[in-house]
Write a protein that binds this ligand. Structure first.
Ligand SMILES: CCCCCCCCCC(=O)SCCNC(=O)CCNC(=O)[C@H](O)C(C)(C)COP(=O)(O)OP(=O)(O)OC[C@H]1O[C@@H](n2cnc3c(N)ncnc32)[C@H](O)[C@@H]1OP(=O)(O)O
Length: 224
């Protein structure tokens, strides 16, 4: 029997958004497991070639309808809601740890564990990953405070290396505003020792004016 390799066109309304999100989340989990397993494996070249052939066939099943660059998918909560494909918090992203976020009275706390796929120095997190984690948490802290903005400056300080395979806590907190500028701080610690800063950052975020936001995000729904 012939099995089609490409996805048939989606029927409008055929699946609920919740079904779609659940499926995206499940695939994201499997892809993250594949990525982490790939960077740890000591499999032979034969095995790696066989797996590469299999992955190519799997990829071919997802090349049906694809979104355009600036299109915001229906499952995406931008702005303000959960981002399914964010490389930091996206349940559907193989790049994301992913970070889960808890609001507090004093900003946001993110929780995640980095794996070998996020390695910088052997056994420790990549400095760019730390910047990405803090940029996201600090950006989301702006949104949670009612002043969404985009990063214009992020001053990073690396105090100690970030251990891999260790639960981490990422804080983002708005410290002040000046017209469209939002001043934000952030830290990364381990969950086990939240008083020892491993990485800290100061950032300035700016709320684009509505015309600028419409030009930057043409896919933004009008009510947002
Ligand atoms: C909207 C919500 C989006 C949430 C997404 C969260 C994602 C996570 C965070 C990110 O990854 S954001 C991606 C990385 N950041 C960017 O790509 C931003 C690139 N920068 C821009 O597109 C524009 O700079 C921006 C739209 C943010 C602002 O442009 P505007 O034309 O609205 O700003 P304008 O030039 O009018 O400046 C407004 C004020 O900001 C100040 N400013 C601009 N750049 C600055 C800078 N680098 N540092 C400090 N202040 C700065 C500027 O001096 C001015 O101050 P005053 O009001 O006091 O005169």
């Amino acid at each position: 029997m012939h099995t089609p390799l490409t996805e048939p066109p989606a029927e409008a309304g055929a699946d609920s958004l919740e079904d779609q999100k659940a499926a995206i989340t499940r695939l994201g989990h499997e892809l993250r497991t594949l990525v982490e397993t790939t960077v740890r494996t000591a499999a032979s070249p034969d095995t790696l070639h066989r797996v590469a052939d299999g992955v190519r066939q799997v990829t071919a099943q997802l090349t049906g309808r694809r979104r355009a660059r600036a299109e915001i998918p229906e499952v995406d909560g931008f702005p303000g809601g959960p981002r399914m494909y964010s490389p930091v918090v996206g349940a559907g992203s193989p790049l994301a740890p992913p970070v889960s976020i808890t609001p507090t009275d004093d900003g946001l706390i993110g929780h995640c564990t980095l794996g070998l796929a996020h390695e910088g120095p052997p056994g420790y997190g990549h400095g760019g990953m730390s910047a990405m984690l803090l940029d996201e948490l600090m950006g989301q802290a702006c949104t949670a405070a009612g002043t969404p903005g985009m990063t214009v400056s992020l001053q990073m300080r690396y105090h100690q290396p970030i251990p891999l395979e260790t639960p981490l806590r990422i804080l983002g907190r708005v410290t002040g505003t000046d017209n469209r500028k939002v001043f934000v701080t952030g830290t990364i610690t381990t969950e086990a020792d939240p008083s020892t800063r491993l990485v800290s950052a100061d950032g300035v975020f700016i709320a684009p004016d509505p015309d600028r936001a419409r030009a930057l995000f043409p896919g933004l729904r009008e009510e947002a």
